[in-house]
Design a protein around this ligand. Structure first.
Ligand code: HEM
Length: 151
């Protein structure tokens, strides 16, 4: 199997893990903040797993960007890419918005570490991880991703 295919399949599979762990971390942090309970090691681990999987996804995405034959076809003219919404999604929007999302998630992680009271730790996760997840979900190539799994 070609290297680019292996990376693409890994990126497609880790996408599930990143999204699921982000959702779990967000729900857990929101529940913790609402209940005003103590921030424990378990809460930190939920945040950490989400951080790790989004970073693995960033690494795979960056590799994919350089090896994907599909992205190579974008090398033509930038004018064509901007006019075609599918090309724009893969070549520009998906990478840029996801990098921004992962930066925000990483900022959320370090802000939770700096926060001194338990409730604000939960809130840092809730706010930054939620914005990150919304950005990620807004730029998934849904029509290509799900059929490749279900069809
Ligand atoms: C958490 C962040 C990310 C998620 C959840 C995610 C998810 C996905 C999904 C579901 C696909 C479709 C896979 C398929 O068609 O089977 C995809 C494709 C792609 N992603 Fe990402 N991605 C993320 C970040 C990134 C980043 C940061 C980059 C680049 C810097 C990137 C580059 C690409 C490229 C180039 C493709 C198209 C590959 C091809 O069809 O040959 N992704 N991504």
């Amino acid at each position: 199997m070609e290297f680019s295919t292996i990376i693409k399949q890994a990126h497609s599979g880790v996408a599930y893990l990143a999204i699921i762990f982000l959702a779990i971390a967000i729900i857990n942090a929101f529940a913790g903040a609402s209940a005003k309970r103590q921030f424990t090691d378990k809460d930190k681990k939920f945040g950490l797993f989400a951080l790790i999987f989004t970073h693995i996804q960033l690494l795979l995405g960056l590799i994919l960007y350089f090896v994907s034959p599909m992205v190579h076809t974008l090398n033509g003219s930038m004018g064509e890419v901007m006019k075609n919404s599918a090309l724009r999604l893969y070549g520009i929007e998906h990478p840029m918005i996801n990098i921004l999302a992962i930066v925000l998630i990483t900022i959320g992680w370090s802000k939770h570490k700096k926060a001194t009271d338990d409730n604000s730790k939960f809130k840092k996760f809730t706010i930054f991880y939620t914005i990150g997840l919304i950005l990620i979900l807004s730029r998934i190539p849904w029509s290509n991703w799900l059929p490749s799994i279900f069809g």
